[in-house]
Design a protein around this ligand. Sequence first.
Ligand SMILES: Cc1cc2nc3c(=O)[nH]c(=O)nc-3n(C[C@H](O)[C@H](O)[C@H](O)COP(=O)(O)OP(=O)(O)OC[C@H]3O[C@@H](n4cnc5c(N)ncnc54)[C@H](O)[C@@H]3O)c2cc1C
Ligand code: FES
Ligand code: FES
Length: 1339
Amino acid sequence: MEGGSELLFYVNGRKVTEKNVDPETMLLPYLRKKLRLTGTKYGCGGGGCGACTVMISRYNPITKKIRHYPANACLTPICSLYGAAVTTVEGIGSTKTRIHPVQERIAKCHGTQCGFCTPGMVMSLYTLLRNHPEPTLTQLNDALGGNLCRCTGYRPIINACKTFCKTSGCCQSKENGVCCLDQGMNGLPEFEEGNETSLKLFSEEEFLPLDPTQELIFPPELMTMAEKKTQKTRIFGSDRMTWISPVTLKELLEAKVKYPQAPVVMGNTSVGPDMKFKGIFHPVIISPDRIEELSVVNYTDNGLTLGAAVSLAEVKDILANVTRKLPEEKTQMYHALLKHLETLAGPQIRNMASLGGHIVSRHPDSDLNPLLAVGNCTLNLLSKEGRRQIPLNEQFLRKCPSADLKPEEILISVNIPYSRKWEFVSAFRQAQRQQNALAIVNSGMRVCFGKGDGIIRELSIAYGGVGPTTILANNSCQKLIGRPWNEEMLDAACRLILDEVSLPGSAPGGRVEFKRTLIVSFLFKFYLEVSQILKGMDLVHYPSLASKYESALEDLHSRHYWSTLKYQNADLKQLSQDPIGHPIMHLSGIKHATGEAIYCDDMPVVDRELFLTFVTSSRAHAKIVSIDVSAALSLPGVVDILTGEHLPGINTTFGFLTDADQLLSTDEVSCVGQLVCAVIADSEVQARRAAQQVKIVYQDLEPVILTIEEAIQNKSFFEPERKLEYGNVDEAFKMVDQILEGEIHMGGQEHFYMETQSMLVVPKGEDREIDVYVSAQFPKYIQDITASVLKVSANKVMCHVKRVGGAFGGKVTKTGVLAAITAFAANKHGRPVRCILERGEDILITGGRHPYLGKYKAGFMNDGRILALDMEHYNNAGAFLDESLFVIEMGLLKLENAYKFPNLRCRGWACRTNLPSNTALRGFGFPQAGLITEACITEVAAKCGLPPEKVRMINMYKEIDQTPYKQEINTKNLTQCWKECMATSSYTLRKAAVEKFNSENYWKKKGLAMVPLKYPIGLGSVAAGQAAALVHIYLDGSVLVTHGGIEMGQGVHTKMIQVVSRELRMPLSSIHLRGTSTETIPNTNPSGGSVVADLNGLAVKDACQTLLKRLKPIISKNPKGTWKDWAQAAFNESISLSATGYFRGYESNINWETGEGHPFEYFVYGAACSEVEIDCLTGAHKNIRTDIVMDVGYSINPALDVGQIEGAFIQGMGLYTIEELNYSPQGVLYTRGPNQYKIPAICDIPMELHISFLPPSENSNTLYSSKGLGESGIFLGCSVFFAIHDAIRAARQERGLPGPLRLNSPLTPEKIRMACEDKFTKMIPRDEPGSYVPWSVPI
Ligand SMILES: Cc1cc2nc3c(=O)[nH]c(=O)nc-3n(C[C@H](O)[C@H](O)[C@H](O)COP(=O)(O)OP(=O)(O)OC[C@H]3O[C@@H](n4cnc5c(N)ncnc54)[C@H](O)[C@@H]3O)c2cc1C
Ligand code: FES
Ligand code: FES
């Protein structure tokens, strides 16, 4: 069918018309590529990250109201936007016109680091303020629920948002009747704001006020259009797809008759991801537009009728309204639906998704369908044949043809009946993360009793997540009718339902025993909830629930957050303009918030540009029998397909790559995700389509080694083994009171930088010069590998990095390989080539943090002193070496953390497996090694009957001491951090409070834990620490500074400008930094290891001092002059105004033969105390409070430093609690995007976060006595792990299970629930290991 309509919508107040619109185009690429509005970012393409958030506004001619809502541009087909107004981050403000208060405040409150998530955050907040200019904190937290940030840890973003709330000074937390303004909450001593310390990082007084009258108005033309009655069906078409938008019911039905197989797209949040990720293609799409009958909201005598097109967000508002107005007995179902609507996806998806789309798509983990099914809801259908009604029952959910919509039928509306007296409905769900995560299991339950008799008359129970569709336990429910509501009934119900809703051991999604346990745990919760209500209704008949068991009833939700910060004021003796020690905003903060900050893929298309995408291996270990590219090559737009054979002599070894590694695999693949071909085409769409047509035939090879245990069995290691030994371990074991042996397994972690791997390679057309624009941490490596592949000298290849949208170690080695292939393609065709990985490809190809297995044998005295420790570390390196051995080495050198073990031996192996090669990730081995040690200490404490904190203290370094590699160490600040953390967290008081809580609550437990931190800083060699800088002074007195460090969010450029400002006594505004380039700074080291500002800062300082020395005579002649005067005078006297600076690197060495050396320059000390509450029935946990005390030396910029600490802490918390990678037994990674892999969201951060810095201490060799803080905070996240551990221990003790408690990381809801053993975990069927193939394997 030919498309004939013209698409018309507005973007940022400007009319956009499109005659030949391609219905497959989503708004995100349209904005970015066609309109060149690159502020809206790509983070995942599947609605899961919020980076692409825009505001959509629509006018309703009936209500005469305009609806503004946030939406994910990545899932919004442009054809669906007819008559809508889209506002992007560029539309609300810019530095060229006027910045919007939202943009200003997020930037000035330090809510941006890498800035990649910021435009999405800004738009979510902006949309909230358009609807609620003075929002409540609850509205705020909800509004940001669909936006992920990997850098900041959310605290500063929340603080920025809070400035718009009416009562911004208060935490608004009235839990337990106290709030932050009440004195001494939880015993926290009040900080004194005085000369010495500061509590604030920004000043609200300077903020622009929010003035709603200044906002863009809704385009009058669109209102007039909407009012016009004479609209008719619009059709948009391309050669592949036709989009039909009927505007009346009649036309809709006609279209459905004509195209019965075409989906009816409403929000596109189900059809869109299916098309994108599952390759389901629809040649015709029907998308009704503003058909009144589909948007009805009718209150009838029996209940509520909601139109199929009503969005889930609107359903939420309608239900909230109804529950306020109607008596509770009528609104049981509405309350239950509301509960799920609060956590279902994020606000963007809830605003896009329709009720009809949700019901009809019948996702197996749908939150609403189980409830609607137990609630006797009915569906009103319409076709040209007429109306009919069908029940939303199990047959419908199973898509039985007799109970389903007919192909030509439309769902018009849904009837949701009122509940009756003696009828109760509840909703339950448990997900990996509390919000914006599909449920692992969810449930809707309804019971109806005879009048006051407590006898079950109707019972209906449905579960999601436990099968291919929503499952109803109808047979069990039938058998329970007529029974009284008591414990015997519950017992029978559990057994019946476990039998009826049976899950095979190999069920997709895994977590089978957890799911079985949730099935009965939810039932128990329902039993208690209903019992409690019955008791309230009729005190005499029903026994009351012992208060200890009431704890099963409440859900764990964090709603309000507050935080404090204490840092040292800048030195009073400093010059007033000296910015060192001040919380200066990130240099690009405002540009992040306005969308003007340019990332690699924001660079405009270069003339004749091509796009490159990869074809990767689908087998873990196989011979490549053949690669057939003919079909792919014949597709339109395809320019070339590269295989390893096109790279003769250059397809092997380079730098970090081992012999086994090739740029493109030719004969054999060693993991899923290994690069096999590169497809080059005129456009991204064409390249990706062609990649799907490349046919590779494999022949599987043995063995396939995936897990560390399999690697140990097969002796599959990378050489050499590493060992560190101190004292005499074997002798010491003979002297100790007790010995224990144990092990802990720790899962890996995905970097999840928000900007995926991105590069643009441009051949210059002269002298074989080539420019590589790339998002990378190691430009020199990119330069070298490119030069090698192109067989040119390095001076022909220049690598430029403006900024990086998060890296965390993931943009060092892998980026080099991708860039080399892209450069080869660009060189071969003499055309620019762009390569941007999609999120799923990125996660699959690039590997992440190494999973670890730690084995320990500890010899200790009964008082907790550990005298001998013998350890083995194994990491899962994946198929290639990468940095895995270095990770093992760093793990060994850092494993003792804050403790002096007088006799210590540890050996480490990097295991070669058939997984994508793992690589550097923030902390580099320490988060794993440290956890193993802390787990061992926790177990020693349990054996000694002592609190773990006591054993930690007993074994801690005592001031002047020696590390296992015989480096002198002074740990005075470690002790101070520990003591101060104890004091500020009121540890002793709160420990007692936790114990009291635990004794009074059976189903909820609290846990408290404190861990110390000693994080060594150094790179293992002097050369690895060298850094360089270049400073130019121009004749107008302005300065341009360049250095070798990469800006990836940590604010290094901001700090460098602060350094220049101090050294040259020049205002910040006179200094500029354009980016990092191998053209200005050659031979740079990778940016990482917490030392980027340390090292480059010393080089910048050196350059400034050289300049000052040269200019001293000139300045002395005219001391009152300006830099302009001095620069001109210097020029006139032929004095160079440009200088390089250099720092040779910290002294650093380690001899692995002797196990001795001085690998580290200094140590960062700290301590963190965390409190959590767990739900023993579901495995959920809530982070109640964290206190962190850090020794940061003298902070150059407290805002940036606290940002690093808390950002890393939250990333660490994710690592140790919810971030879980799942691999199939065939080595295929399942978790390839935010919808499967959960990084912390706003709902996960501690409700209270208190961070304080120790008073500054001298640190003679570092830049102004500062310390590098990029990585250390990750480890502090394990305080949450051990707090959960503490809570589980309490639960187990109460249940008579005092034995050793070994818990692996991450401590997910599954692990928490299964460790809290009880009658329900005993009740579930268990599968014999080996009797089934599990869905995933723990690698
Ligand atoms: C990032 C993300 C997170 C999510 N999180 C959750 C979650 O936590 N919990 C949860 O339950 N769900 C979740 N979902 C799923 C979401 O609820 C559904 O995708 C959504 O409700 C579908 O609605 P839609 O309007 O977008 O459907 P569409 O994609 O537009 O359509 C879906 C299907 O419904 C059919 N259809 C739609 N309307 C009609 C009609 N009137 N008559 C006949 N057929 C019709 C279409 O033909 C199509 O087959 C999530 C989805 C995403 C993308
Ligand atoms: S890019 Fe749209 S939600 Fe992630
Ligand atoms: S600042 Fe949020 S992802 Fe980097």
